[in-house]
Design a protein around this ligand. Structure first.
Ligand SMILES: [Cu+2]
Length: 151
């Protein structure tokens, strides 16, 4: 009995060290894409990025065979009160140490330009997210129908 506890404790200690924390890295949850008509050449993806490490990390890019080009965008209010969107400053999205960032309609999003595949509800699209420290993380985003919503 005592020996079992010792083993458990030493495994916990191993896990508390750098190697295990790095393995946790960035957790991506709730990845989804907004359904858009086939005549539209653009689409958008949303998700939650959780940084489980003690260091700031940055999402530097996204790759998918569903889009010709992918950019990281933010939504903003133009001077005349309209909603616009533009590439994020520096082209990266920063995720604070032990923090999380939500990519959601009306805010940050992964912008799909020159759509190659159809964004129809129920379809699943694989995205490869590239992080400065955590490296590549693959996620599956399901396309969902959303009524009357902008990026
Ligand atoms: Cu956009």
């Amino acid at each position: 009995m005592k020996k079992t506890i010792q083993i458990a404790v030493s495994m916990f200690l191993l896990c508390a060290m750098a190697a295990c924390q790095k393995a946790a890295g960035i957790q991506v949850t709730d990845a989804w894409g907004r359904a858009s008509p086939n005549v539209t050449s653009t689409g958008a993806f949303y998700m939650t990025l959780q940084n489980q490490t003690n260091e700031v990390d940055r999402l530097t890019g996204v790759q998918t065979t569903a889009c010709g080009t992918v950019e990281l965008h933010e939504t903003y209010m133009t001077e005349d009160g309209a909603m616009g969107m533009r590439p994020v400053a520096g082209g990266v999205i920063e995720i604070p140490a032990n923090g999380e960032v939500n990519l959601e309609p009306g805010g940050l999003h992964v912008m799909c330009l020159d759509k190659i595949e159809d964004f129809t509800a129920g379809k699943k699209i694989t995205l490869t997210l590239k992080f400065e420290k955590a490296g590549e993380v693959q996620v599956t985003a399901e396309i969902k129908e959303v009524q009357g919503m902008s990026d």
